[in-house]
Design a protein around this ligand. Sequence first.
Ligand code: CP
Ligand code: NVA
Length: 294
Amino acid sequence: MPRHFLTGQELDREQLLALLARAHQLKAAPYSSDALAGKSVALIFEKPSTRTRLSYEVGVSELGGHAVVLRPGEMQLSRGESIADTARVLSGQVGAVGVRTGHDALIEELAAEGSIPVFNMLTELHHPSQVLADLMTLQEAFPERPLDELRVAYVGDGNNVARSLALLGATVGLGLIVASPEGYELEPGCGGERSNDPQAAATGADALYTDVWVSMGDEQTADERRAALAPYRLDDELLALAADGAIALHCLPAHPGEEITAELLYGKRQRIWDQAENRRHAQKALLEWLLAAD
Ligand code: CP
Ligand code: NVA
């Protein structure tokens, strides 16, 4: 059975911590692994991407493999070829496939019908690839403190990034509170606490994390989202409530002046640009793990 990474819950605590430790090693020595030598990896993007495409494509190359970027509009999928048949064909050509799509069901079906590892590069409900880099960045920022001693306040829309942070955070015991306005809350039960009070959530936190207010696919409700989420902006005032030495995180792309101020986004207390770079290192460790079962 191939390994998959659809929600991130495929990894237990020990596996996730080992993957993060490996990510730090790969960051220190980017060309030290040829785990993908002679292998190809398909990357299917149904939605736009800057970081995810760059980090996976460059990461595959650094591991000695070859990345094939595919857009559904250029595939027979767009002319009605089934996901099951696409999965069979992919399984005969590449060692693994990553997918960015709005439909969680699509990656589940690809995984069920194919015989190769499938990994999630963002779906409507999950963005676990992002959270590998987030956890790695927290470890870098707080090298003396294990993840289960850190408190993160995610302030904003209870979306795919928030859900993955809650799920993978729960695996490693991260202290997490997700603060969102009414109607935009992350459902309970997937990890962490919930709040409707951004100030209370931020108080004493080691990191404040936010994401866009209008995710891909949410454009039709953009105005009402901006109005509801306006009190949930990450700014210096909110960070002042957090613990001494607290950092700001954002998965990007950012809208300076909307969910985060430009002062924080480009300031001294953010780790946001490290977080973006860490996507590559963390995902390389993931690719090694996914293909290790070969
Ligand atoms: N954070 C993230 O996934 O960025 P992209 O949409 O640019 O890939
Ligand atoms: N929540 C955002 C994340 C972008 C990386 C979206 O789904 O568009």
